[in-house]
Design a binder for this molecule. Structure first.
Ligand SMILES: [Zn+2]
Ligand SMILES: [Zn+2]
Length: 269
C-alpha cells in the first residue's frame, strides 16, 4: 500500500474527477493521500475532501507563490490547524524561481509569511510541509531562526542539492520525492535519493503537476505515486514493497495525527 504525501485534489484539473481518481488509486494500491492547501480561500475545499473521505487528510497554509490572496496570521493557521483531520501546516516556504522582475530583497513578504507558518507549527505541534525552490539558503536560515526544528516536517518535491538535503535532515526534516525522480535528466536528484536514508524518505505526486515517467506530460494524480516508489526502490536496490512500507510508516510517524485505522479521529498532541 502506498501513500501520496502531497497532492492538490482541490485544483480544477482534479476536483471534478475525484470518484474516478479514487477508483484509480484503489486499483494502484494507493490507500491514502494528504491534500495540500495553498490559500486560505482554498482551505474549505481541501478540508471537505478530508472530512468526506476517510483516507484523505488536509493541511492548512498559504503557498509562497500565492499572491493577491488573504495573508494568514498565526491565529488563522492555528484555528485551521485545530480542525479535525488537519495534520500539517503548509505548504509554506520560499520560492525565488519566479521573481517576475523583482529582486530577492523584494520577497520579504514571502519570508515573513514563512515565519508565520513556522510559528503556527511550533505552537500547534503540527509538522511543516516546506516548499523551497531556488531559495534553499534562506529557507534553512529562517527555519533555524524560528526554531522550525521543534516542529519538524518535510521538504516536499525535493529538487535541491545533496548539501541542502543533508542540512534539512540535520534540522530534523524528512525529504519527499516526486515524479521528478523518474525524469531522465534527474541524475543528480537520484544521487540525493541514494544519500537520504529510507527511513527519512516520503513519496508524493504533487499532482496535478509533474506526472512520473511513463505518464510524463499527462495530468498527474495520486494513483501514479507507485512509479515514484519503483524508481526509489531501484535507487535503493530493494524491493518496491520495502519502499512502500517504509514511506507509509514515515508518513504515519511524521503526520502523527494520521492513524493506520481509517476514520479514527486522531488524538490532539
Ligand atoms: Zn510545492
Ligand atoms: Zn504542492
Amino acid at each position: 500500500m502506498y501513500v501520496d504525501s502531497h497532492c492538490h485534489l482541490s485544483f480544477p484539473e482534479l476536483a471534478d474527477r475525484i470518484d474516478d481518481i479514487r477508483a484509480q488509486m484503489a486499483q494502484a494500491s494507493v490507500d491514502r493521500a494528504l491534500c495540500i492547501c495553498t490559500t486560505l480561500e482554498e482551505f474549505p475545499a481541501v478540508h471537505a475532501l478530508a472530512t468526506r473521505y476517510d483516507n484523505f487528510w488536509a493541511s492548512a497554509g498559504v503557498h509562497p507563490d500565492s499572491e493577491d490572496v488573504q495573508e494568514p496570521s498565526v491565529a488563522d493557521l492555528l484555528a485551521l490547524g485545530a480542525m479535525p483531520r488537519v495534520v500539517a501546516i503548509g505548504e509554506t516556504g520560499l520560492d525565488y524561481y519566479r521573481l517576475a522582475g523583482r529582486s530577492v530583497a523584494d520577497m520579504a513578504w514571502q519570508r515573513q509569511r514563512f515565519r508565520v507558518h513556522i510559528r503556527a507549527a511550533r505552537t500547534s505541534g503540527l509538522p511543516l510541509v516546506v516548499h523551497t525552490r531556488s531559495a534553499s539558503a534562506d529557507t534553512l536560515a529562517i527555519l533555524k531562526e524560528e526554531g522550525g526544528d521543534a516542529a519538524g516536517g518535510v521538504f516536499h518535491c525535493f529538487t535541491e542539492t545533496l548539501a541542502t538535503a543533508r542540512a534539512a535532515l540535520d534540522l530534523g526534516f524528512d525529504i519527499s520525492f516526486s515524479g521528478i525522480l523518474t525524469f531522465r535528466n534527474a541524475t543528480e536528484l537520484r544521487e540525493v535519493a541514494k544519500f537520504v536514508p529510507l527511513e527519512r524518505c516520503l513519496i508524493e505526486t504533487d499532482s496535478p503537476y509533474l506526472a512520473p515517467v511513463p505518464h510524463r506530460g499527462r495530468p498527474n494524480n495520486p494513483s501514479y505515486v507507485p512509479w515514484v516508489a519503483r524508481c526509489l526502490a531501484e535507487i535503493k536496490r530493494c524491493e518496491v514493497e520495502v519502499v512502500a512500507a517504509a514511506t507509509s510508516a514515515n508518513f504515519e510517524r511524521l503526520f502523527r495525527r494520521v492513524f493506520a485505522e481509517p476514520g479514527s479521529e486522531p488524538p490532539r498532541s
